[in-house]
Design a protein around this ligand. Structure first.
Ligand code: UDP
Length: 239
């Protein structure tokens, strides 16, 4: 069941269910897409109906940000829990490690995906990372061929939103992979280049504040958050 937040439908499931479904899709013919929208993406979807349709067409739509949970609650249709993309990725890797799943890491600056692969192989014994590629390419064909040649079943696509969602929709099927997950800046965290917020911030739903303090250039992007809350309030009044 999906819960609508300003035109984007979020799967109302637990992390266990999300991972089980991700694992099932990774073994199922066809190219399946997982997206993890935050309020910023919902606002982009409001401005771009084609992007909204693409996001709603994903096989799993996970509520990444605390803002989405607030929005759903204010609209009177609360979601069960927050499903941060990075935690979904970690739980999926643990599951893949246990059953020989093959993973490809795509995105971030040159060298970052390789370093992330080294660390992840150590953290998840049994995980097969069958290839990596940076996210700053102009020609798609060599990238899709590299993924196809690697035999990857799952690809973490970390190009930032909405580039990664558009890339998966346009090229996912060419990769031969069964599950493509849009994960923003996760490779920067997995490589150790960027630290996730301390647990206290995470628990208080203030991870966004930590990211803003670490990288004040994000302020422009984050101005979409009050806009999102204003749109939620407007929608609530209209109900
Ligand atoms: N990135 C990329 N190719 C691009 C633009 C961005 O690989 O053309 C990468 C960038 O290096 C970073 C990630 O995409 O690793 C985006 O990170 P950000 O923290 O902005 O994503 P968020 O999680 O906020 O969506």
């Amino acid at each position: 069941m999906r819960i609508d937040v300003l035109g984007v439908g979020f799967d109302n499931i637990t992390m266990e269910q999300a991972v089980a479904e991700g694992l099932r899709l990774s073994k199922t013919e066809g190219a399946h897409m997982v997206v993890t929208p935050n309020p910023e993406i919902v606002e982009l979807c409001r401005e771009d109906p084609a992007l909204r349709d693409l996001v709603n067409g994903a096989d799993l739509v996970l509520a990444d940000g605390i803002g989405i949970l607030y929005g759903a609650k204010l609209l009177g249709t609360p979601l069960r829990q927050r499903l941060p993309g990075i935690e979904f990725a970690q739980a999926l890797m643990a599951a893949l490690a246990g059953n020989g799943g093959k993973l490809f890491l795509l995105g971030a600056k040159p060298g970052v995906a390789e370093e992330a692969a080294r660390r992840l192989c150590a953290a998840y014994p049994g995980l097969q990372i069958v290839g990596t590629h940076d996210g700053y390419f102009t020609d798609d064909a060599p990238v899709t061929e590299a993924i196809r040649g690697s035999g990857a079943e799952v690809v973490f696509v970390c190009l930032g939103a909405p580039k990664q969602e558009k890339w998966i929709a346009a090229h996912g099927a060419e990769t031969g992979a069964h599950l493509l997950v849009g994960l923003g800046g996760c490779l920067d965290v997995f490589s150790g280049n960027v630290k996730r917020a301390p647990v206290a911030f995470q628990k208080l739903g203030l991870e966004w504040l930590h990211r803003l303090l670490k990288d004040p250039r994000r302020i422009g992007r984050m101005m979409k958050l009050p806009l999102f809350m204003a749109h939620v309030a407007g929608e609530k009044r209209g109900k």
